[in-house]
Every structure is written in structure tokens, then in C-alpha cells.
Design a protein around this ligand. Structure first.
Ligand code: PDD
Length: 287
């Protein structure tokens, strides 16, 4: 069944949707995106994703083309038109298509942003076989640019990192800068030692995960101590448990790092509990 997608104000069948070859998202990765989870046909952490979208756009001097209620309406309309129960909504805003290639930003008066949204169904999102088994990660150098707090569509290195992991028989990669883990290719990274959850503090070095904020809040509410600080690869390999968070994986246990098994090599109890809490609480608060 063909999806209905949203492009610049129109709802269209996916194969009728078009964007210019001069779009700066296509030519220069000059755009930002968000991925919002849908459970039971409802949006998880919608306002968090919208706040980050607003910030990403602001950092790049792109005007936000819609207000909260307009964004919400498009999200809900896409959920309804596609009968989406479980999955994600992908949203992208680029600096638009000036009609030629030029490094300089076009005048926003004559070149409006390009807005694209589409749904991705994923029936295995909640009852995930991957979460039962846990994920194996490798570590790779973090050679991305210095503004990883902006959720831009420059995802070539994260894609390469995932391919490196798959080729080595793992599932994903954690990126490392000066010996310390920054984050996963498309998720935030955590270790657990002696019952304490450790994750890198927010800065321009990592994306400020919306799932991260929620999970840390739930952890603190459940009396699990949280340390927001950097950790080394060696510390991670010696940890009791590890996990990652993102809108598309929730809390996903990590069971091996560079071939070193954590604990008994199966998802740890705290990561499993956090996953349950996250899904339950997010379901309750979904809109
Ligand atoms: N990725 N760090 C990076 C580099 C990410 O790309 C993501 C999200 C996260 C987690 O952010 P959040 O909890 O807000 O999803 C951290 C999305 C899911 C993606 O690219 O598909």
C-alpha cells in the first residue's frame, strides 16, 4: 500500500511527491530533521521533539515554517491517513530550493524552507526481538563536525559507522573522542556500574536526545542514581550493563562492546526495567 506523505503543504501518494534537484538538503545537507514515535496511533514526546526542531532551525537561521498546532495537525493527519498504529513520523525541514547551486544562503523571502514528513510503520517497535537479545556495539572514532547538538541531515558518517558494525558482525557503533564515548551513531549511550547510570553530559558534542531526557527523569523518579559525565571505552567494557536510547529504539540493552561481553552477555535487569518504565510512562503521556 502506498503511503500518503506531506510535502510543502500537500498530502500526496509517496510516488507523486517531489522535491527540486536544487534543494539545499539534497545538495548541501542544509536541513534538520526529527523522528517522533507513534504508539497506539499517538505521538510520544511531541513537544520535546518540536522544541528541539525549533532550536535546530534557530541555530541554522532557518525560520520555523509552522507553529506548534500546525505541526501537530500535520503529524496527526499523517497518522490518520496512513492508519499508523506503531512506528515513526520522520520530519525534515531544509533551507529550500533557490533554483541553482550557491554556497551562500538564499534570501528566505524568495526561497521558503522545504518541509517533508512521512510515516514509517514498525510493528516490532514495542515487542522488539532486538531488545530481548540486546545489541552488540563496536567503537569507532568520532570524526563528525563540532555541532552535533543540531539535528542536521548530515548522516553519512553515522551510516558508515553502522555499516562498519554490520561488517564486523555487530549491530551498531559507539563513537569515541579523546578516549571517551560521545554517543551511538543514532542514539545516546549509557553504562551502568554498581547501580549507577552514567551518560555523557549535554554539550555540542552530542545530540540532546528527547528519549534521554525522559529516561533520566524516569530513572531519578525510580531512585536510580544518575551521573551525567563522560566515560572511557575501558570503563564501558568493565560495566555491569549498558544501553542506548532513541525515539526509534526506546531503551535498547547493549550486551557487548568491541567483542567484550557485559555481565553474562544478556540484557541487564536495570536496562530492561528502564525500557518497561519508559514504554509504560510514554504510552500514558502520548497525545
Ligand atoms: N536518531 N544521538 C544521535 C546521533 C541521534 O541521531 C539520535 C536520534 C539520538 C537520540 O535522540 P532522540 O532520543 O531524540 O531520538 C542521539 C534518530 C532516531 C534517527 O536518526 O533516526
Amino acid at each position: 500500500m502506498s503511503r500518503t506523505v506531506y510535502v510543502n503543504g500537500a498530502y500526496l501518494p509517496e510516488d507523486a511527491a517531489q522535491v527540486s534537484i536544487f534543494d539545499r538538503g539534497f545538495l548541501m545537507a542544509d536541513g534538520v530533521y526529527e523522528v517522533t514515535t507513534v504508539i497506539d496511533g499517538k505521538l510520544i514526546d511531541f513537544d520535546g521533539h518540536l522544541a528541539r526542531l525549533e532550536r535546530s532551525l534557530g541555530e541554522l537561521d532557518i525560520a520555523n515554517p509552522m507553529d506548534r498546532d500546525q505541526w501537530l495537525e500535520v503529524h496527526r493527519e499523517l497518522v490518520a491517513r496512513n492508519g499508523l498504529e506503531l512506528g515513526m513520523i520522520y520530519l525534515q525541514v531544509t533551507r529550500g530550493a533557490p533554483g541553482d547551486r550557491d554556497f551562500l544562503f538564499p534570501d528566505p523571502e524568495t526561497t521558503p524552507p522545504t518541509v517533508v514528513l512521512f510515516t514509517q510503520s514498525n510493528p516490532a517497535l514495542v515487542d522488539s526481538p532486538k531488545a530481548q537479545k540486546g545489541m552488540k556495539v563496536i567503537t569507532i572514532d568520532d570524526i563528525r563536525w563540532g555541532r552535533r547538538d543540531i539535528k542536521t541531515v548530515q548522516l553519512l558518517y553515522p551510516s558508515m559507522g553502522k555499516m562498519m558494525a554490520i561488517r564486523q558482525g555487530a549491530d551498531d557503533a559507539w563513537m569515541v573522542q579523546d578516549g571517551e564515548v560521545t554517543e551511538g551513531t543514532s542514539n545516546n549511550a549509557y553504562i551502568i556500574r554498581d547501580g549507577r547510570i552514567v551518560t555523557r553530559a549535554l554539550s555540542n558534542d552530542i545530540l540532546h536526545g528527547i528519549t534521554r531526557a525522559a529516561v533520566l527523569r524516569f530513572a531519578r523518579e525510580a531512585q536510580m542514581p544518575v551521573e551525567e559525565r563522560s566515560f572511557t571505552v575501558d570503563e564501558a567494557k568493565a560495566a555491569d550493563e549498558a544501553f542506548v536510547t532513541s525515539a526509534s529504539t526506546f531503551v535498547m540493552p547493549v550486551v557487548a562492546i568491541d567483542g567484550v561481553a557485559l555481565g553474562d552477555g544478556t540484557p541487564g535487569p536495570l536496562a530492561r526495567r528502564l525500557r518497561e518504565i519508559y514504554i509504560e510512562e510514554s504510552r500514558k503521556a502520548a497525545i
